[in-house]
Unconditional design. Structure first.
Ligand code: MEV
Length: 441
């Protein structure tokens, strides 16, 4: 493995063009790399500047396909859903599931709650009773000191909704926490929550500094950190599909709808008892969710972190979706936490995120939660349907073949011939390479 020469201090201070040239020297052909990376710059320098400023040390843009899953029915409303994802078959799988369930009453969704959470982690060495005695005054101080900050959010029906003191002193000496609940309207609210929490930290220190009846030592509070929590189990959405088992007739050529419903259920049940399967099963769910989350300029790491934590709520990691069969009724359901925004942050800065939201009809944050979760269930349905019938490779391989053909610079004519040839052949890189060689001779 190459040990790259260290970059001298001050890289961040260089101009973008200088950074690019410096980095290009790490490649075999620097001139070619500069041209390639520059070819991905936006032709409008104002637009490019916007992207440069999203992050740091930017030298170019990295493209990811922006696709569409048309006609997704959620609560009897039709959506055209933008999906940003690099993995082949995900958009096709989501679209196929949307069509399948569109013919069976569509997706049903409901937001369970929109509560977000933040924490003030602090150290104090006094007696807990003394702290509890002061709790109402501390809470009041918190609210007074952040009133100006929260005023607008309160007007929109949000703000701080609960403050709870948690005693962790048995685990870490002197360590307490304020667990704070928020409602943030249509904003994801990370900045709002963190600003309020930082003020709580200052307020707590100021409050104790003024407690003249306490010893000098006890007038000091150590603010260890203040930060939102990405664990948002109560910012949660539920989405489901249901139909009579006979409406599953035809999915499997060897099983009738009722038999297939039980096979499908078994596949989902496995993801409840086996972690290896659960991880892949949930990954398939996030194929759909992340694609919408990214397309709308939301934070997919936050959404995933919350989801995987929720998937472990019963003491082991398990499937986020579940199947029930009641008599003749088949129901497939997904419940996930999801902290999303449709105003503020990247949602209003990224030109394509803005357009995604417009395409979705400018949804509220709870509506976007329902849309993203629906695409999760849609992808999960298609994945499990493929796995339990013809297997995943058949569909994947078609797309895989395209990618290989592009890598091998196949012409349109060569692609057409190769697609025809590999219709009933196993696709492998070597196989495609050999086939192209044979027709190029
Ligand atoms: C691939 O990205 C996702 C799947 O592996 C999900 C699953 O196995 O359920 C197909």
């Amino acid at each position: 493995m190459a040990n790259r020469e260290r970059i001298k201090k001050g890289f961040s201070k260089l101009l973008k063009e200088e950074k690019l040239k410096l980095i290009a020297n790490y490649f075999e052909n620097p001139g070619e790399v500069v041209n390639l990376l520059k070819s991905y710059w936006h032709s409008d320098s104002k637009q490019q500047q916007l992207f440069d400023e999203f992050s740091e040390n930017t030298i170019t843009n990295f493209y990811i396909p922006y696709g569409i899953s048309p006609n997704v029915t959620i609560n009897e409303k039709n959506y055209i859903v933008p999906m940003v994802i690099e993995e082949s078959s995900v958009v096709a799988a989501a679209s196929a599931a949307a069509k399948f369930w569109g013919d069976r009453g569509g997706f049903h969704a409901e937001v369970i709650d929109v509560c977000k959470v933040g924490q003030v982690h602090f150290g104090w060495n006094g007696d807990k009773a003394q702290l509890l005695e002061r709790l109402p005054a501390i809470k009041q101080r918190f609210m007074d000191d952040t009133a100006a900050m929260t005023e607008k959010m309160v007007k929109r029906g949000g703000g701080v909704t609960n403050i709870q003191l948690i005693d962790f002193t048995e685990k870490i000496e002197g360590y307490y926490q304020f667990l704070v609940e928020f409602k943030t309207g249509d904003a994801m609210g990370a900045n709002f929550i963190n600003s309020v929490l930082e003020q709580f930290g200052h307020s707590l220190q100021n409050y104790f500094a003024e407690q003249t009846d306490l010893s000098e030592e006890l007038r000091k509070v150590e603010i260890i950190m203040t930060i939102l929590s990405n664990n948002t189990p109560n910012c949660r959405v539920k989405v489901w599909v249901e139909c009579g088992v006979n409406q599953l007739d035809g999915i499997d050529e060897h099983l009738n709808g009722a038999e297939y419903a039980h096979k499908f259920k078994k596949a989902v049940d496995i993801a409840h008892i086996d972690t290896y399967r659960a991880t892949t099963h949930n990954k398939g769910i996030y194929n759909g969710i992340d694609a919408v989350v990214i397309a709308t300029g939301n934070d997919f790491r936050a959404v995933e972190a919350a989801g995987h934590t929720f998937a472990s709520r019963n003491g082991h990691y398990e499937s986020l979706s579940s199947v029930t069969i009641n008599g003749n009724l088949f129901r497939f359901e997904l419940e996930v936490p999801m902290a999303l925004g449709t105003v503020g942050g990247l949602t209003s800065l990224h030109p394509l995120a803005k357009k995604s939201l417009e395409l979705l009809g400018n949804p509220t944050a709870p509506e976007l939660m329902m849309i993203a979760a629906t695409m999760g269930l849609a992808n999960n349905f298609s994945a499990v349907r493929s796995l339990t019938t013809k297997g995943i490779q058949a569909g994947h391989m078609k797309m895989h073949l395209n990618n290989i053909l592009n890598q091998l610079n196949a012409t349109d004519e060569e692609k057409r011939k190769a697609r025809d040839f590999f219709k009933d052949q196993t696709v492998s890189f070597a196989g495609v390479e050999k086939y192209l060689e044979s027709i190029r001779k």
